[in-house]
Each structure stands twice: as structure tokens, then as C-alpha cells.
Design a protein around this ligand. Structure first.
Ligand SMILES: NC(=O)c1ccc[n+]([C@@H]2O[C@H](COP(=O)([O-])OP(=O)(O)OC[C@H]3O[C@@H](n4cnc5c(N)ncnc54)[C@H](O)[C@@H]3O)[C@@H](O)[C@H]2O)c1
Ligand SMILES: [Fe+2]
Length: 420
């Protein structure tokens, strides 16, 4: 195979070959020092969910609290997992009151149940909402105050709770099973609080694509856009390292290949397995590097309108990427390739811009709404901009932005059409 001949100096790239480019990060070039850490053990693949009971019992638990939601229970996913717990002799308490964009009040209630039922293990079963809630519930069963006191970085001081947490995703999107983040809605402020601390990271992630087979097409599309966005934002983020680059670019390739087929046929196990891996691997990268403004904007919209996280992400993905293009042209050109675009013979920004066409096409083909179709009210743009500036993902964005910049971006997003 012809060796890649790209010159990775920013803005000076002419792409001559496809498929051989190495995902070098900006940070790798000047011999930078970096670290990578994951406290979680991963077990993944079709059918691995049947081992849930054996695994949780092996961690020393006898009575587990399963944190989940009514949709997951209704889809029959809890039954599969419960059977495996019973075979392993585990007692099971179920708290299934989690709602999308999970609330601080549910965390308080879940921690109360955990303590009153004397559970010695926690299982988060569901999408990011149930998994994030499970992280926060386990932490708040042992930490003083309310979850609202722990917004931000390292507020738990890295102290891991004394009982195990196993996360079992039933969507392929958030990567919450692989990371040390949780997003919980402050119901008083109507604001999605981000928190990141090793204390929140699960002990084990059990990732079984079979548990996602009955996920409806639009939820598959939105959550899949979320996984793709994690990988894309981490790849170009200020905090990117060679290791996060390697994970992120592979996750983009997996999502580009498998998201369409997973939406078209939910029972395509290979596509589901591809998306489970994309989500998990993007989560690993995200655990070591925060996202950027696409998450800031989507979470602000999620705070105000309570729309599904993945759909908000999908809506803002093209405009957020476009804002960042000029700050990382070489990396965006590589992303365009990973998304399946032919960038041969294209220079710098011209190659990078292919990402935007790819993202708009994907959004349209998957039936994911544009920002206007999400139901945004232009009268809210200033409030959304204030929330977005405060969001903990904003400082990691490769290009700086202030409140005025966010207002302008919300306006542009509102005017955007898929054919533009
Ligand atoms: N911790 C992180 O790193 C991180 C990253 C991104 C997003 N998040 C957060 O995660 C939340 C979003 O999570 P999500 O997108 O996975 O959605 P979700 O957990 O809110 O679930 C969406 C819907 O899908 C249903 N569902 C889930 N699995 C199903 C299945 N197998 N079959 C049928 N229905 C099923 C649920 O009942 C729910 O109604 C948001 O609050 C977001 O802020 C966290
Ligand atoms: Fe996300």
C-alpha cells in the first residue's frame, strides 16, 4: 500500500492518498507529556449481558439496586438481566423512576432507597439517563449534602464509594459506561449540571449489543449521533492526546459505517455491535478529554426544552463543527476521510469542509431534526448562550467563544437547512 504522504502542518495539507493517514494529534508533535487513565474493566460483545449476575456476584455484592427507567423495563431488557441475577442468587431492588435528562430529585430518592434497602452493589441499566443517575446515586449514598453541591470537576475528591457499580448500556450513544462523567438536571435552575470525578466511574462496563436490538429507529439515530459527536469533539479538542486521537478516530469510522444500517434495520446485529463499540470507545476517549461547544449548546437546549440529548446533539453537530473547522483543518480533513468522504486533491480548509457535507447528509438521511425543527424559540437565544458559556465543555473547545459568539451561533443554527 502506498505510504501516506500528507503533511500535517495546519492549513498546508494536500491530500494524496486515502485510508493510510495516521491520526496524529497536535499535542503529539511537540513531545508533549500526557496521561491516560481508565478505572473501569470492560466486558463486551453479543450475549455478554447474560453474565451480569455472575459478574456482579463476583464483585462481592449480595443485594443490588438496579437503576433504570420505565422504557427499558417495558422493552423487556430488565427481564434478561434479572434472570441472570436470580441464577447467581442475588437479591434485586429496582428503582425505575429515572426520566430522560435525569433529575436531582431522583438521585436523592435513589440514594435513600439504596441505603434503606441496605444494597451492597448498584447496576445502571439503560441509556445515559439511567447510567448517569446510577453513578450519582451510588456516590450520594456515601457523600454528604445534595448532588447539586458536586457540579464541576473533582468535587468528590476522587474518593470511590465502597460498593461496586456496574453499568449496562441499552442505547449506543452516551458512552457513560466508559467514563467518569454524569449529567444531572438541577430542577430548581432548569439546568443540566455536568460533573466529572473518578468517584463516578463504574467498576465494570458490560456492553451487550443484543440489549439494543429493540431500540426504536429515531432513538437509535439520535444516540448514534451522540456517540459520533463525542468522538469528533474529543478528536479536535484542546485536551486531545495521541491515545484519545487513536480511540476517537476509530470510533468515528465505526459510527460512520454502522449507524445507517442500525437505524435501517434494528435487528442487524453486526450494525448494533459496531455502534455499541463506537459508543464505548468514544466514551473511553471522552473520559480522558472533554468535548466542546456542540455539547454545550445541546445541553443548554436540553435544559430549557427537555428534548432528547442525542437529537439535540445531532441538530447542532454540523454548525458546531463548522465553527471549529479553521482551528484544526488537518484534523477535520482526517475526520472527513473517516466519515467516508473522498478528499483527494483537496487543500486545507477545502478538505476539512467535507466534514460538514458528511454531517448534514447523515442528519438528513437519519431523519434527525435541524435546530429549527427542534422547536427553538429565538427569544431564548440569550439564555441559551448564557447556559452554553457556563457549560463545562466550553473551555475544551479548540476555538474560543464568548456569550455574544454563542448568540450568533444559535441564530446561524436556526437559519440552517440541510440543503445549505
Ligand atoms: N455520562 C456521559 O458521558 C454522558 C454523555 C452524553 C450524554 N449523557 C447524558 O445521557 C442522557 C441521554 O442518554 P441516552 O441518549 O442514552 O437516552 P436515555 O437514557 O434518556 O433514553 C432514551 C429513551 O430510550 C429508551 N430506551 C433505552 N434503551 C432502550 C432499549 N434497549 N429499548 C427500548 N427503549 C430504550 C428509554 O426508556 C428512554 O425513553 C442525557 O441526560 C445526557 O446528558 C451523558
Ligand atoms: Fe453526549
Amino acid at each position: 500500500m502506498e505510504a501516506p504522504r500528507e503533511d500535517w502542518h495546519q492549513g498546508e495539507v494536500v491530500h494524496r492518498s486515502r485510508g493510510g493517514a495516521s491520526p496524529l494529534s497536535d499535542a503529539a508533535v511537540p513531545l508533549a507529556v500526557a496521561a491516560f487513565n481508565l478505572p473501569t474493566r470492560f466486558e463486551y460483545g453479543p450475549g455478554v449481558g447474560e453474565r451480569a449476575g455472575e459478574l456482579v456476584a463476583g464483585l462481592g455484592a449480595k443485594r443490588v439496586l438496579v437503576v433504570t427507567d420505565k422504557g427499558v423495563v417495558g422493552a423487556g431488557v430488565l427481564d434478561t438481566i434479572r434472570k441472570s441475577f436470580e441464577v447467581s442468587g442475588l437479591k434485586v431492588e429496582v428503582y425505575d423512576e429515572i426520566v430522560p435528562n435525569p433529575r436531582d430529585t431522583s438521585v436523592t430518592e435513589g440514594a435513600r432507597i439504596l441505603k434503606s434497602a441496605a444494597c451492597d452493589g448498584v447496576v445502571g441499566l439503560g441509556g445515559g439517563s439511567s447510567m448517569d443517575a446510577a453513578k450519582a446515586i451510588r456516590a450520594m449514598a456515601y457523600a454528604p449534602g445534595r448532588i447539586n453541591d458536586y457540579e464541576g470537576f473533582f468535587k468528590f475528591g476522587g474518593l470511590r464509594p465502597p460498593i461496586p457499580l456496574v453499568e449496562i448500556p441499552t442505547t449506543s450513544g452516551t458512552g457513560s459506561e466508559a467514563d467518569a462523567w454524569a449529567v444531572i438536571t438541577d430542577t430548581h435552575r432548569c439546568y443540566k449540571m455536568g460533573m466529572g470525578d473518578p468517584a463516578l466511574a463504574p467498576d465494570v462496563a458490560l456492553v451487550d449489543p443484543k440489549l439494543t436490538l429493540d431500540l426504536p429507529p429515531l432513538v437509535t439515530a439520535g444516540t448514534g449521533m451522540d456517540a459520533l459527536c463525542h468522538a469528533l469533539e474529543v478528536y479536535v479538542a484542546r485536551g486531545a492526546t495521541p491515545v484519545t486521537d487513536a480511540l476517537a478516530i476509530y470510533a468515528v469510522e465505526l459510527a460512520a459505517r454502522h449507524l445507517g444500517p442500525a437505524v435501517a434495520d434494528g435487528h442487524d446485529l453486526e450494525a448494533r455491535a459496531g455502534m455499541s463499540l463506537a459508543s464505548m470507545i468514544a466514551g473511553m476517549a471522552m473520559s480522558n478529554c472533554d468535548c466542546g461547544i456542540i455539547h454545550s449548546m445541546a445541553e443548554s437546549v436540553g435544559s430549557l426544552y427537555d428534548v432528547p440529548h442525542g437529537l439535540a446533539i445531532g441538530a447542532f453537530l454540523p454548525i458546531g463543527a463548522e465553527y471549529n473547522l479553521a482551528s484544526r483543518p488537518a484534523k477535520f480533513a482526517r475526520l472527513a476521510e473517516a466519515l467516508g468522504r473522498d478528499v483527494r486533491g483537496k487543500h486545507g480548509l477545502e478538505a476539512a469542509r467535507e466534514v460538514i457535507a458528511a454531517l448534514r447528509g447523515l442528519r438528513r438521511n437519519l431523519g434527525v431534526p435541524t435546530p429549527r425543527e427542534l422547536g427553538l424559540n429565538p427569544g431564548d437565544f440569550e439564555k441559551l448562550a448564557t447556559f452554553s458559556v457556563q457549560n463545562m465543555s466550553t473551555p475544551g473547545n479548540p476555538r474560543a467563544i464568548d456569550e455574544t459568539g454563542f448568540v450568533a451561533l444559535f441564530k446561524r443554527a436556526y437559519e440552517e437547512h440541510d440543503c445549505s
